[in-house]
Write a protein that binds this ligand. Structure first.
Ligand SMILES: Cc1cc2nc3c(=O)[nH]c(=O)nc-3n(C[C@H](O)[C@H](O)[C@H](O)COP(=O)(O)OP(=O)(O)OC[C@H]3O[C@@H](n4cnc5c(N)ncnc54)[C@H](O)[C@@H]3O)c2cc1C
Length: 382
């Protein structure tokens, strides 16, 4: 039995780890990724705001050595979901079971003016480069804005806004600065009214302007204004944007997508192609695009594959549950617990924010690096 996993992000790493733990060398698992390593989403913010450095948060795939798992560093250039054959720069791979976990591609160039007149903090390169930009910033109008939906980790723009506020305050720049957030959502975290209220209160206490139900459509770098989806404009000196997200083109070209993303059975993560699963950001499964959900989905697919290998009927179903940690600034962290089940309204609750939850967040990261890469890691050590 050969299982080919495309993408070694949150979903691919969890799935390959579960299969290795279960089967060791008895099953042939091929894990394919074009990148040099894995970086947690939250580590991008840690580097951007100077809490740690880039080298510390990159987990190299060459260190990810597991029984039964062969890592191939290559770009996937074609997928045949009927024959379950994958073409890469490093050759062709035939699968008995194929799992697509290629995430969402980010396209800052699709927002007019963003590359010329602003910055994005969602790619690894973009977030890391912002560290120097922030270092040189003397204060002024800071605008955090989302340019399209869907976008990964809906709390991330809010936490970035709160961290920018802290950053300006610590540098004595807040008095002559303005901080604003433009978001397409009606609330910062719609499934959790409690978390949303806490975030909106934090914005109000810090004098942060919050503009819901709005997108930034374009920047006009000459006039230093952001053009909004409601026709309005907002002036800025420093623009920090969430870029356009799209399914990787190789997935679209394979005919796997509908309305831009891969539709899957929300309980089993099966695509309409027999023996082909998809997990995480590349799907339209109904959960937000976040690592914890990709991981939960990968775990269900792992259970299904394990059952199949043992000639049993797969019975694991996806529960749409996830936990994430949100930075409020001042080392205050909140834990947000949300569940998205198809056919029901999403529900969520929040613990904190407080400083004790920093230890929980650190354990969240270090547990995963221990399981996936087999080594100790503490999120913020430099
Ligand atoms: C600022 C920020 C903060 C975040 N904070 C959190 C958080 O606190 N908690 C949380 O749960 N989530 C968070 N996220 C979201 C999280 O990072 C993603 O949702 C998660 O990584 C998705 O996992 P995935 O497995 O679907 O895809 P990814 O983790 O994106 O993995 C996809 C992999 O596929 C590879 N790939 C893509 N195309 C190809 C190709 N053609 N050939 C070969 N390889 C390819 C990529 O190199 C990548 O390694 C955050 C995101 C951002 C930007």
């Amino acid at each position: 039995m050969r299982i080919v996993i495309l993408g070694a992000g949150f979903g691919g790493l969890e799935l390959s780890t579960r299969l290795s733990e279960e089967f060791g060398d008895d099953v042939d698992v091929v894990l394919i990724d074009k990148g040099e390593g894995f970086v947690f989403g939250f580590s991008k913010l840690d580097v951007m705001f100077g809490f740690t450095d880039a080298a510390h948060v990159l987990h190299r795939f060459e260190d990810c050595v597991k029984p039964g798992v062969r890592f191939v560093r290559a770009e996937v250039t074609a997928i045949d979901p009927v024959a379950k054959v994958v073409t890469t720069q490093a050759g062709t791979f035939e699968a008995d079971i194929l799992v697509v976990a290629l995430g969402a591609d980010l396209h800052p160039a699709m927002t007019p003016g963003l590359l010329e007149g602003g910055h994005e903090f969602y790619t690894v390169a973009g977030a890391f480069a912002l560290r120097d930009v922030l270092d040189e910033f003397d204060g002024g109008r800071v605008l955090v804005g989302v340019t399209s939906t869907p976008f990964k980790c809906p709390p991330a723009p809010s936490e970035t806004t709160l961290l920018v506020n802290d950053f300006l305050q610590e540098r004595g720049l807040r008095d002559h600065s303005e901080v604003s957030l433009v978001m397409p959502l009606p609330l910062p975290i719609p499934p959790s009214p409690q978390a949303s209220e806490a975030i909106l209160t934090a914005f109000e206490q810090r004098g942060i302007t919050w503009r819901p139900n709005t997108l930034v459509r374009a920047l006009d770098p000459a006039r230093k204004v952001a053009v909004l989806s409601d026709g309005g404009e907002l002036p800025y000196d420093l623009f920090l944007g969430v870029p356009v997200h799209r399914a990787p083109s190789v997935v679209v070209d394979a005919g796997l997508t509908e309305d831009g993303w891969i539709p899957v059975d929300p309980l089993t993560l099966q695509t309409r192609f027999p023996g082909v699963y998809a997990v995480g950001d590349v799907t339209s499964v109904g959960t937000p695009k976040a690592g914890v959900f990709a991981e939960g989905q990968a775990s269900v697919v792992a259970s299904a594959i394990i059952a199949t290998v043992h000639n049993a009927e797969p019975d694991a179903v996806y529960d749409g549950h996830g936990i994430c940690y949100m930075e409020f600034g001042g080392q205050q962290i909140a834990k947000i617990d949300v569940t998205f089940q198809s056919g029901s309204r999403p529900v969520g609750w929040m613990e904190g924010p407080d400083v004790e939850l920093a230890a929980d967040k650190s354990t969240f990261g270090s547990d995963r690096i221990q399981r996936w890469f087999g080594r100790a890691w503490t999120g913020l050590d430099v």
